[in-house]
Design a protein around this ligand. Sequence first.
Ligand code: PLP
Ligand code: TYF
Length: 394
Amino acid sequence: MFKQLSPAQLDPILSLSIAYREDSRTDKMDLGIGVYRNSQGETPIMQAVQTAQTALLAEQKTKAYVGLAGDEVFNQSMMDLLLSGTSAHGRAAAVQTPGASGALRMLADLMAIAQPETTVWLTDPSYVNHKPVMEAAGLKVRFYPYFDRQTKQVNSDAMLAEIAKAGPKDVVLLHGCCHNPTGADIRFEDWQAVTELANKNGFLPFVDIAYQGFGDGLAQDAAGLQHLADNVEEMIIATSCSKNFGLYRERTGAAIIVSDSLQEAQKAKGRILNLARATYTMPPDHGAAVVAKILQDEKLTQVWQQELNSMHQRLLNLRQGLVKAVNAQGSDAFDFIAKHKGMFSVTGLSPEQIARMREDFAIYAVADGRINIAGLQEQKLDYLANALVTVSQS
Ligand code: PLP
Ligand code: TYF
């Protein structure tokens, strides 16, 4: 049966991690996959997570199934974290999913049954898995202008002019904050403009938020999403605990549906549960139980927020430090890195220049020019700056 299959297409980011592991050079640097590393180059378990899971181990009395929607305390906590204080808070429903990846797929499947002719509009460029996940669910995909390769910022005028063409059969996907891969975020005024367009032209806003806390702080990073949620009848959200709780491998996220009434949101949630049943049935428990424990405990929440904040601060320092190191080489070509938000920056380097970084400097970055700032170490900034300047001038 399977011999007729053509070979698999490799994931450009995950395959980079494999190549990195196999590289024997001792001065190698992994700036590929989006994982936060501390100044020792490690991704430690966050303190609040450690405490919560120790408590869970002591308290947990059973490993019996939880249910199709996962942990409802977690689901409520995710809605509180994202929607508290908005009019959407009382007309939303959430489903725990295996990471935001699971949420993206469940929401895509939901759109495919509700409106099979849906087209999902993605930023150009977008997270590597957005297009394949939407297409796997049978949806059409198109891209709207987003990143200006000259300024390395968002071209808001071009973006809004294109989104103005989206109608009732369209879904416009926005990154909640810390755009992957570019690092260029839209301004609050852009969120307001998109909200107006959604209400005027009838497209459904879809927000994917995977880095809350890494841009301008927990509350600020959700401000655009909250403006939308407050002002539209219907929207959908995919959210992740991989980065801001450091729970990557625990596969912890949620799909949230905001509707005009709680009853409608819960009906959509029920349909997602049907879809989950036919896919993975139930999400894994551990990561969600940890998050629920943290967010239901004031002290643990504080510990978590402080650590997240220090990770965020360190990221800002790394961005500024890198720009300074490049400036010290006599170049201002990468000053935009200090203006980007979150873990990533698209550098503007070509695939050939990225290949040179890998061959000549043992620096691994994604072929689209993306580097993971959160994977940097302070003592390696000069080395990276030299590599960036050298390959960009070649
Ligand atoms: N959405 C975006 C924009 C991402 O960058 C990622 C990757 O981390 C995901 C979704 C998937 O995250 P998760 O690990 O929660 O599945
Ligand atoms: O963009 C990233 O690096 C993260 C992690 O197939 C990731 O979002 C990368 C590739 C992939 C899934 C997750």
